[in-house]
Design a protein around this ligand. Structure first.
Ligand SMILES: [Zn+2]
Length: 146
């Protein structure tokens, strides 16, 4: 198992883990099914996004831990427990909602870093890329033409 740090860096930058291309999201929350440049399918297996959930839970708890630690450090011994509780709840709701798409691209990077595409996935990526190229040619520079 060879780990590719580059794939993880690409994921952290919301880029394709395989080729580093940006624009893998069609909107803030919606990934393209395949990379627009290299054709890699992002949901590589059933339950793929369980890994993204693991990433976002870990990141959320780190953010919460830092918040709690700084809050305690700054206010000890008169800790405003109610405000720490409110802040903690807000962090634990907002962080997963806001960072979930990022956690998906990080997970894609982690998955690809540890498990590169197998032969079948490579073939699928080539086919997807070929389809994308053909669609682009059919549309042409000025949009759809005969
Ligand atoms: Zn790609």
């Amino acid at each position: 198992m060879a780990f590719s740090g580059e794939a993880l860096r690409h994921g952290m930058a919301r880029r394709c883990a395989r080729c580093g291309t940006g624009g893998i999201f069609r909107s803030y929350y919606r990934l393209h099914p395949t990379c627009p440049a290299c054709g890699m399918r992002f949901e590589r297996e059933d339950g793929e996004w369980t890994g993204a959930l693991t990433v976002i839970m870990a990141v959320t708890e780190v953010i919460f831990g830092v918040f709690l630690g700084i809050g305690l450090w700054l206010t000890w011994p008169d800790v405003p427990w109610t405000w720490l509780l409110v802040g903690g709840v807000v962090i634990n709701i907002l962080a997963p909602v806001l960072l979930y798409p990022w956690s998906q691209s990080v997970w894609i990077g982690l998955h690809y870093a540890f498990v590169p595409l197998d032969a079948a996935e490579e073939a699928e990526a080539i086919a997807a890329r070929t389809r994308t190229d053909a669609d682009a040619r059919a549309e042409g520079p000025g949009g759809a033409q005969g």
